[in-house]
Design a protein around this ligand. Structure first.
Ligand code: CA
Ligand code: CA
Length: 99
């Protein structure tokens, strides 16, 4: 499976711009974690997450339609990565209110 292909990289790079603390190493670790959690949720291993599979991830379940950017009814790994970046940015913003 070619998870660490350009798709994740491009999405992750976009996210990096907003997550100032990320180093290149953190970054590939993060990418691995994303691919790992995605694979764990993808119970039927068809490479996408459907509504039943995201039940283990309540924020994703709640915001499924928002995370499903191309509205095909499934969450791809790119969409999942983008969603996680969004959640992390929101959490980071809540932890560190702007000065
Ligand atoms: Ca699936
Ligand atoms: Ca989709």
């Amino acid at each position: 499976m070619k998870w660490n292909s350009l798709g994740i990289g491009a999405v992750a790079l976009l996210g990096a711009a907003s997550l100032s603390a990320q180093t290149a190493d953190d970054f590939s670790e993060w990418e691995k974690e994303i691919a790992h959690s995605f694979a764990e949720m993808d119970a039927n291993r068809d490479g996408v997450l459907d509504r039943e599979e995201v039940g283990q991830n309540p924020p994703l379940e709640t915001h499924f339609s928002m995370a499903d950017m191309d509205k095909d009814g499934h969450i791809s790994v790119e969409e999942f990565a983008a969603f996680e970046i969004l959640v992390e940015s929101i959490e980071a913003a809540e932890r560190e209110p702007s000065i």
